[in-house]
Design a binder for this molecule. Sequence first.
Ligand code: NAD
Length: 245
Amino acid sequence: MNKPLAIITGAGSGIGRATSIKFHENGYQVACLDLNLETAKETAEMISNEGKAYQVDVINHEEIKKISEIILKEFSNPDVLVNCAGISPSPMPVHLFEVDEWNRVININLNGSFYMMKYFIPSLLKNTNSSIVNISSVLGVVANPTTAGYAASKHGIVGLTKAAALDYAKQGLRVNCVGPGVIETNMNKDILKDIRIKEMLTNQTPLGRVAAPSEVANLIYFLCSDKATFITGSFFAVDGGYTAV
Ligand code: NAD
C-alpha cells in the first residue's frame, strides 16, 4: 500500500521543516515546497529522501497549479496539506506601511494559502479523511502595535480556514488553523538575538520561554491524525499562554 502523502509549504525552515520531519516519522511521504530549493532539498534529505523538494513561490498561482499537477503524477492524491510558508514584515504603524510591502505580506501569507488550497483541494477530496492545517499566528486573533500587515494576513487565514471547513465538511475534508506564539526559527532569529527583546517576549508568555518548532509540529500532526476526526474549522493557539492573558 502507498504511504500517505503530506504537502508542506515553507518546508525548508523552522516550523515547515519540523512538520515535514514529524509527518515522515509517522509514515508519510512529504512533498517539501519552498521558495528556497536548497533548504527544501536539505529537508528532503533529512527525511531520508522519502520526500521530494519543489521550488514554489506561493504568490504565483500559475506555478502552484503546475506543481499540483506534477505532484499528482509523481506521487498520488495527497492526504494532508500544511500551509507554513510565510514572512514577517518590519514593524510599522499603519500610515507608514509601504503599499508594496503591505501587498507582499498579504500575497505571501494569505493569498499563498488560498492558492495552495484552491489547487490541492480537488485531489485532497479524492482521499477519505484528508486534512488541511493553515498556519496563522497568535496575531491571527489578537494584535500588537506596528503589526498591521502581519496581523491582517493572519486574521485572514483564520477566516479562510473557517469558511473552507464549512465548504468541505460534508465531503470529510477537515480544515483547521494553528496559531503559534514565539517560536525560535529563522523568521525571528535576529530579534531573538537581542537579549532585551527576547526577555520582553518571554515575559509576555506565561510559560516564560520561547518554543521549538517541533512543539508546533506536534499540534499540526495531531490535527491531521485519526485522533482529531471530529475537529474542523477551529483555531488552536500553541503559544505558552500568550493569548490567555
Ligand atoms: P521560517 O522563516 O523559518 O520559515 C518560513 C519558510 O517559508 C522559509 O523556508 C521561506 O523560504 C519560506 N517562504 C517564504 N516566502 C515564501 C514564498 N513566497 N513561497 C514559498 N515559500 C516561502 O519561519 P517559521 O517561523 O518557520 O514560519 C512558518 C510559519 O509560522 C509562517 O507562516 C509564520 O508566519 C508562522 N509563525 C511563526 C511564528 C514564529 O515565532 N516563528 C509565530 C507565529 C506564526
